[in-house]
Design a protein around this ligand. Structure first.
Ligand code: MIC
Ligand code: SF4
Length: 645
């Protein structure tokens, strides 16, 4: 029986476990990436593990999230990451060099390699045939130390592409179509593999837009084959030697098949406040808009920017609209500067932002109250833009630029003929903003620069056998990590300071939560389905850990967040019977007993709700390794103990 591309790469990298569907496998990680918002914690954890130099083929630390620097905190963190990278063998992409996923694709990604990154959009690398997975900082720290990364052997979905996109219809519309069909939880436990003759018609940046936003499906990752188009892209990046042809076997067997005829795709938007709330532009109608933001790791390639420049040429941004544009990397920005497209954008009245995440993570450009903002980004969760009642629509760069001119949601197909944009034969290559690490022999002379905002990893304890506590919070379905641990300009600077950032935990849902949880000392959180979807931020587990949360009991979890809870030593429990969700209320008195044996022997855990006088049965399915992690009080203690052996 033939293998899918995913299976070929995973099989070649499996170093632990049995290579069988549904089983946990440990894979060797060739490359890692971090960004600054998750990076400081990841490097503190790497330091705590105590391995002097990274063991990967390539590890890169990017600065792209916290670039507002409204106080000393971000700048201090950048210096910390820069110094730690230099010492321990990690390449350092300086602020201004661009968004991690865009730069990694351009300068470091290699088809057939494995990459994990402390950012949920790491699957962007699937655009050139990598198995690229988003993970918590601790998992990345362990991988940098040479440890395997553990995933469940995924189900593999074949997306069979036929035809080619019509004028003005975009890769963004393809992934919006997939989201419409599969939903934000449809990808959990799955890898989405794109195949079929339609693949040929998509450029590498288009493929990367699609794999990037596979994160919104909850998928483990997404991948395209590595073909002639991939070779051309790498050649234009002067990295042709990194290329290998890769594809699935003819007789590969998939768990699910989705057929998409690219020629039938039409412009679409994900409406507030979920990436799967997808409608065609004609269904939404001519809606007046207040803001347009173009950029982010989803849509900031040279190809995207050239299309935008073409639409803006000789026009002026509508007087009622603010248009911002953030090219994805220094390379993209520089190419636009040299070929004149930047001047076209400036001329049209676009507000040019630095090559960074910016408005996507609420770092500036929050829309006006109730404002309608079209964004080429990947997430439109409530409040993420920094304006609680902001109405965010996710669209393609083509729709964004056309609408910015007209002042209302505009179908770009009304613009007439679309010129063909050819990928350049050569990109401008200048890696002067990527610092190489020092030689191993010189590492002792590198001083780690630590600012006062950097606080150590919170204390963990081995799992207690019984816990008496209260319910400190009850939340609904589809809670995102932006609810659990909000980001934005005020909170993001505290990412290296768990005690301080904890004061903002869940405040979007309940202002009183941090104080209440602290007063309770120990507590549990009760939630609905797809709890923890969205980002990889382990702060969404570390802040609850710091606030004394011992277990999170929900209908179902998102993959990365569940792994982060385990890594933090918090019990991830699911109701055996979903209806039991109704048997919990805030402040209920809870008792959990016999925890150690239940975890060790895989038995269900009984939560006694003393207030309601009921026993509730919960499941906690864990691999043998995950059991040991939970018993030792988290991945850090577990890893240290393993190294001690
Ligand atoms: C995001 O898009 O939510 C982020 C910010 O990139 C996060 C990482 C973080 O919270 O630092 C992600 O997607 O993992
Ligand atoms: Fe940055 Fe936004 Fe991409 Fe996250 S989704 S990495 S915040 S650009």
């Amino acid at each position: 029986m033939g293998l899918t591309l995913t299976e070929k790469i995973l099989k070649a990298h499996t170093v632990d476990g049995v290579f069988e569907k549904g089983k946990e496998i440990g894979i060797r990680i060739d490359q890692t990436l971090t960004q600054d918002a998750t990076g400081t914690m990841a490097y503190l954890e790497f330091e705590a593990i105590g391995i002097p130099r990274v063991q990967t083929e390539r590890s890169v630390a990017y600065i792209d999230h916290n670039t507002l620097q409204s106080g000393f905190e971000n700048a201090d963190d950048h210096r910390f990451i820069g110094s730690i990278a230099k010492k321990h063998g990690i390449y350092f992409s300086r602020p201004g060099n661009g968004i991690c996923h865009q730069v990694h694709l351009e300068r470091f990604g290699i088809p057939g390699k494995t990459l994990i990154g402390s950012d949920s959009h790491t699957p962007t690398g699937g655009g050139i045939g990598m198995i690229a997975i988003g993970a918590g900082g601790l998992d990345v720290a362990v991988a940098m130390g040479g440890g395997a990364y553990y995933i469940t052997y995924p189900k593999i979905v074949k997306v069979n592409l036929t035809g080619s996109l019509s004028s003005w219809c975009a890769a963004k519309d393809v992934i919006l179509e997939v989201l419409k069909r599969m939903s934000v939880k449809g990808g959990v436990g799955k890898v989405i593999e794109y195949t079929g003759e339609g693949v040929k018609s998509l450029s590498v940046p288009e493929r990367a837009t699609i794999t990037n936003m596979g994160a919104e499906l909850g998928a483990t990752t997404s991948i395209f084959p590595s073909d002639e188009t991939t070779r051309q892209f790498l050649k234009a990046q002067k990295r042709e030697d990194a290329w290998t042809p890769l594809c699935a076997d003819e007789d590969a067997v998939y768990d699910e098949v989705i057929d998409i005829d690219l020629s039938k795709i039409e412009p679409m938007a994900a409406c507030p406040h979920m990436p799967d709330n997808v409608k065609t532009l004609s269904e939404i109608g001519e809606m007046k808009i207040d803001q347009v933001c173009i950029g982010s790791c989803t849509n900031s390639s040279l190809q995207d920017m050239m299309k935008v420049a073409h639409i803006l040429e000789g026009k002026t941004v509508h007087p009622d609209v603010s248009l911002s544009i953030a090219p994805g990397s220094k390379q993209v920005l520089n190419m636009l500067a040299k070929n004149g497209a930047l001047s076209v954008m400036i001329d049209a009245g676009a507000r040019i932002l630095e090559s960074a995440c910016g408005p996507c993570i609420g770092m500036g450009q929050s829309p006006n109250s109730g404002g309608i903002s079209l964004r080429t980004f990947n997430r439109n969760f409530e409040g993420r833009s920094g304006t609680k009642d902001g109405q965010i629509y996710l669209v393609s760069p083509e729709v964004a630029a056309a609408s910015a001119i007209k002042g209302f949601l505009t179908d770009p197909r009304t613009l007439g003929d679309m010129p063909e944009f050819k990928m350049p034969d050569e990109f401008i290559i200048n890696d002067n903003m990527i610092e190489k690490p020092c030689d191993e022999k010189d590492m002792d002379s590198v001083e780690i620069l630590r600012g006062p905002n950097i606080k150590p990893f919170p204390k963990t304890e081995p799992l207690a056998d019984s816990v008496e506590c209260k319910c400190s919070l009850k939340v609904e379905d589809n809670i995102t990590t932006d609810h659990i641990m909000p980001a934005g300009a005020k909170i993001l600077p505290l990412r290296s300071n768990i005690p301080a950032i904890s004061n903002h935990c869940f405040t979007v849902c309940d202002e009183e939560f941090p104080q209440r949880a602290k007063e309770m000392g120990k507590s549990i959180i009760v939630g609905g389905a797809n709890y923890g979807q969205g980002s990889s931020r382990e702060h969404a587990a570390l802040a609850p850990l710091y606030l004394g949360v011992k277990a999170v009991v929900v209908k179902s979890f998102a993959r990365i967040h569940r792994a982060n809870l385990i890594n933090a030593g918090i019990l991830p429990l699911t109701f055996k019977n979903e209806a039991d969700y109704d048997k919990f209320d805030l402040n209920d008195e809870i008792s959990m007993n016999n925890l150690i044996d239940s975890i060790k022997y895989g038995k269900n855990i009984i939560i006694t709700n003393k207030t309601k006088g009921v026993d509730i049965e919960c499941e906690c399915e864990l691999s043998e390794r995950a059991k040991e992690i939970v018993l030792s009080g988290g991945l850090l203690s577990y890893t240290k103990a393993q190294l001690g052996k």
